[in-house]
Design a protein around this ligand. Structure first.
Ligand code: ADP
Ligand code: MG
Length: 339
């Protein structure tokens, strides 16, 4: 995931169209910082350049700290050390790692295991397959599935520990880390009194109060094969929420005519082949990022049931059909504004 991952598709699916607005002295300011294999952008409105810079520096430091805790690319990250820890040992973990794992397990429960951070072996198999342009063997896939089991992670809230109850269990937080980091960065800005802000990390947006004189931030979801067809962008006006997009309509591994996504079905250990992308809008970006990945695994029918069971949560699914056409389905409460 983080560090130097190939993220891909969400980048190509989501484009931010941020309207430039100048209130009396308030100015729109933008900042960027590379981390987690992507670039994080902060856009905020403030009348004080120095105070904004200080708040933004701290927000980016917060993202760096989360990467140090949760990256599986950094061999000395807290997560990498946890992945090397022995079975049945209660490991004391930082607040960030604890919260990321707790939210992930809640998502696994809610999605019947379609989201599973212990699918690390399968994720690694498909990362390697993409690099080598060669599919994993059935034996490798079976082995990876056997090592996947989110129920084998035990949390102890009182002692703040995580225990692996199954040998060789490993965690990958790629499906949730960027959204969590964007959300935490937005909280840092709020602590500095900057509430009119948006933090974007590739396909994950943490969105604060609306810009001056606006009802929200204009977010354009690019959903068609030809991005230049601007009239086919779908615009949503959002504030105080998270918005995350995941899927594989544009980037994929193609082997023997089959397209495999970087999203894995934890039950089969295979990269998805259903050509689906999903945008989730939820109360915060950690939650929207946790949900967008399993929505692609579950598909429209089962996915919508999960989305509709959650307060203030909505989703849009986009599917590439065999004949090359693209169709979409939204949950009833998805805030669509067609242009
Ligand atoms: P992005 O596409 O922006 O990286 P996603 O939220 O779609 O973000 O997460 C994809 C990443 O999640 C993969 O690169 C992998 O690390 C991890 N992953 C893949 N499949 C699953 C799954 N079923 N459950 C949990 N994590 C997954
Ligand atoms: Mg995700």
């Amino acid at each position: 995931m983080m560090g130097k991952c190939t993220l891909g598709l969400a980048v190509s699916l989501v484009t931010l169209l941020l309207t430039v607005t100048y209130a009396e002295e308030t100015q729109r300011r933008t900042y960027s910082h590379p981390c987690m294999g992507t670039v994080f952008y902060i856009t905020l409105y403030s009348d004080d350049a120095n105070a904004s810079q200080k708040a933004v520096d701290e927000a980016f430091q917060r993202i760096e700290a989360i990467n140090q805790a949760a990256s599986d690319y950094l061999p000395e990250s807290e997560l990498s050390r946890f992945n090397r820890a022995p079975t049945n040992e209660a490991v004391h973990v930082s607040d960030d790692l604890y919260r990321l794992i707790a939210l992930s397990l809640k998502t696994s429960e809610l999605t019947s295991g379609a989201f599973d951070i212990t699918a690390m072996y399968s994720v690694q198999l498909w990362r390697r397959a993409k690099r080598q342009h060669r599919a994993p063997t059935p034996e490798q896939v079976t082995h990876a599935v056997a090592l996947t089991d989110w129920r084998a992670l035990q949390l102890d809230e009182v002692h703040h520990t995580v225990t692996k109850t199954k040998p060789e269990l490993m965690i990958d937080l790629g499906g949730i880390g960027k959204g969590y980091a964007a959300h935490e960065a937005l909280l840092v800005l709020k602590q500095h009194g900057i509430t009119t802000a948006l933090v974007a990390g590739s396909g994950d947006l943490a969105i604060g109060d609306p810009p001056p004189a606006k009802t929200g931030w204009d977010v354009a979801l690019r959903t068609f094969e030809k991005p230049e067809e601007k009239d086919r962008l779908l615009h949503v006006t959002l504030h105080n929420c998270g918005c995350s997009t995941s899927g594989d309509l544009h980037q994929f591994l193609e082997l023997d005519g089959v397209r495999y996504s970087h999203i894995i079905d934890p039950k089969t250990g295979l990269g998805l082949t259903n050509h689906i992308a999903c945008t989730v809008i939820a109360p915060d970006a950690a939650w929207s990022d946790a949900l967008d990945t399993p929505m692609c695994v579950l598909g429209v029918e089962a996915g919508l049931k999960v989305i509709e069971s959650q307060p203030q949560t909505s989703a849009r699914f986009v599917m590439l059909q065999a004949d090359g056409t693209i169709i979409s389905t939204t949950s009833a409460n998805f805030p669509v504004t067609e242009k």
